[in-house]
Structures are given as structure tokens and as C-alpha cells.
Design a protein around this ligand. Structure first.
Ligand code: BJW
Ligand code: ZN
Length: 241
């Protein structure tokens, strides 16, 4: 199976990659689901704490949850899956990398133009005027932070359950999926929409669909190749010589 996928990659001109939490698992980032577990924080399932309703009910708690996770991420590094995907950028006519992850590890590995479908944990966004701030450069530790442009309240610039994805980011990802020869779906449970639907778009447009995941997902049966195992091991083994 690995050899067949390698061959498809040798012939491919346009490649689309959709990644999820599993691609960062070997860097030490906890996944949301998988292995029979589901993330919980202070007794709240993440589907509650990472939801639009929670921003309205308790924004300070949302900040506490994201500040905690940013603290975990600060010392973590990209793994060989991230670095291999970054190298692929220069090997094809076009490589579109869309991620559901908010951890910034693809960019840290050197990937350019990463389509962050669910936003970034490193940014804050004003709830009033949508002004963005990079939290690594924000010289302000109050929570919630106050917008420098309009004095509004800021929130993490991430897409929570019940919120819409940034339209132009999703459109660029959908275009990459529609036009690709080979589509990789790496380290995602493929349960969360509309991101998971990008694989359907690629498949419907005739792409060769490859899943890399130690576990089965709802997408597995649609795939031309399913590579069972860890992304940090399998992606480098697909690297073109
Ligand atoms: C490894 C590995 C290794 C382990 N190597 N792999 C249609 C039907 C039903 C519901 C909906 C629908 N369309 C939309 C919805 C609602 C909802 C949704 O999809 N719900 C489903 C759960 C049913 N979607 C939304 O609300 C989205 N918005 C939307 O649709 O807007 C329109 C709308 C607006 C208003 C009303 C109605 C519609 C927004 C979704 C935003 C998701 N946000 C989160 C949180 C982000 C912030 C945060 O981080 O807290 O994003 S949820 C969470 O799940 C996070 C992830 O990006 C996302 C996906 O998770 P992912 O990446 O797949 O991770 P896991 O943990 O699920 O899986 C890890 C995988 O890795 C596993 O398979 C492991 O096996 C594998 N793995 N180690 C490779 N080493
Ligand atoms: Zn503002």
C-alpha cells in the first residue's frame, strides 16, 4: 500500500492535505477524541467549553482554557510529519495544506500559507470590531484582553462549535480539494463538519484519497488507501526520493 501511494505521489501535480489533532499527537498535543477518550477540562467536555455558547456565558473560563493550552504548547515542537509536509511544498505544482489545528505547528515546521480552518490559539480577536492581535506580542495580561482599536472585549480567534469557519479560508481549502490529484487526510477523526467534507469534495472531483490514522474513521471506507499508524512515522516514509 505504501508503494502504491508513493507512486501516486510521484505522478501527482496537485496535492491537498487535511490535517487534524493526530498530526500533532507525537509532538505532545492532546487529541480531542480517539483511543476511546474524549477531552475534558475541569469536568467540562470540550464540546461545551469550546462552544459559542460558552463565550457568551463565561468568556473568562474560555480564556482560562485557552491560556492553559497555550502554556502546554509553548514548549512543544513540530514532529517529522509536520517537517515532511513542509518540504512537500516545493515538490509539487501546488500543495494546499488545510489544518483543523489551532496549534501553529505546521507554520513552525516551515509550511507557508497554511489554511487554518479553525483559527489560531496564538491570536485574539475583538468581539466588536474583529481587530486581531498576536498574543505572543500583546503586552497585556488582563483577561479578557481589551481591543487596542475600539476598547471592545477580545476573545480567542478560534472557531468554536456552532460558529462559522472563516469563509475565504474555507473557500481556498475547497478549491485546493476540488483541484487536487491526491488528497491526504491525516490524523483527524473526520467527525467535525464542514472540515471533514473537504475530503468528500476531493473524492467527488476524482482525487486519489489517502487516510493516515491509527484508527478507523467514517472516511476510511471511502479511501483508496488507508495507512494505519502514526503520522510521524508514516508521512516521512512517503517522502519522495
Ligand atoms: C493520530 C495519531 C497519530 C492519534 N498520527 N493520527 C453536520 C451534521 C452534524 C453536525 C454538524 C454538521 N455540520 C456542522 C455541524 C455542527 C458541528 C459539527 O461538526 N459537529 C459534529 C461533532 C457532529 N460543526 C460546527 O459547529 C462548525 N461550524 C459550523 O458548522 O458552522 C455552521 C453552523 C453555524 C451555526 C449553526 C449550525 C451550523 C464549527 C466546528 C468547529 C470545531 N472546533 C473545534 C474546537 C476548536 C477550538 C479548540 O481547539 O478548542 O475544533 S472542535 C475540535 O474538533 C477541534 C478540532 O479541530 C476538531 C476536529 O478534531 P480532529 O482534529 O479530527 O481531532 P480528534 O481528536 O477528533 O481526532 C484525532 C484523530 O487523530 C483520531 O482519529 C486519532 O485516531 C488520530 N490520531 N494519534 C495520526 N500519532
Ligand atoms: Zn475592537
Amino acid at each position: 500500500m505504501l508503494e502504491e501511494v508513493r507512486q501516486k505521489l510521484r505522478d501527482a501535480r496537485r496535492v491537498f492535505v487535511l490535517t487534524g489533532a493526530g498530526v500533532s499527537a507525537e509532538s505532545g498535543v492532546p487529541t480531542f477524541r480517539g483511543g476511546g477518550h474524549s477531552a475534558v477540562w475541569k469536568g467540562l467536555p470540550f464540546s461545551v467549553i469550546s462552544s459559542a455558547g460558552m463565550v457568551e456565558r463565561d468568556l473568562p473560563a474560555v480564556w482560562e482554557w485557552f491560556d492553559y493550552r497555550r502554556g502546554v504548547l509553548e514548549s512543544l515542537k513540530p514532529n517529522p510529519a509536520h517537517t515532511t509536509l513542509a518540504r512537500w511544498q516545493d515538490r509539487f505544482t501546488a500543495l494546499t495544506l488545510a489544518t483543523q489545528n489551532i496549534d501553529g505547528l505546521h507554520a513552525a515546521a516551515g509550511s507557508r500559507g497554511v489554511l487554518e480552518l479553525h483559527g489560531s490559539i496564538w491570536r485574539a480577536r475583538c468581539t466588536r470590531c474583529r481587530h486581531h492581535e498576536d498574543l505572543r506580542q500583546l503586552d497585556q495580561f488582563v483577561r479578557p484582553p481589551i481591543c487596542g482599536k475600539c476598547n471592545g472585549t477580545m476573545r480567542p480567534d478560534v472557531v468554536l462549535f456552532g460558529e462559522t469557519l472563516p469563509v475565504s479560508v474555507f473557500e481556498q481549502a475547497a478549491e485546493g480539494a476540488r483541484r487536487c490529484d491526491v488528497c491526504f487526510v491525516i490524523g483527524t477523526s473526520a467527525l467535525v463538519y464542514p472540515a471533514a467534507g473537504l475530503a468528500d469534495i476531493a473524492r467527488d472531483a476524482g482525487a486519489y484519497l489517502v487516510e493516515i490514522n491509527p484508527e478507523q474513521t467514517p472516511l476510511s471506507q471511502l479511501c483508496d488507501a488507508t495507512l494505519r499508524g502514526a503520522a510521524g512515522e508514516l508521512v516521512p516514509r512517503l517522502d519522495l526520493k
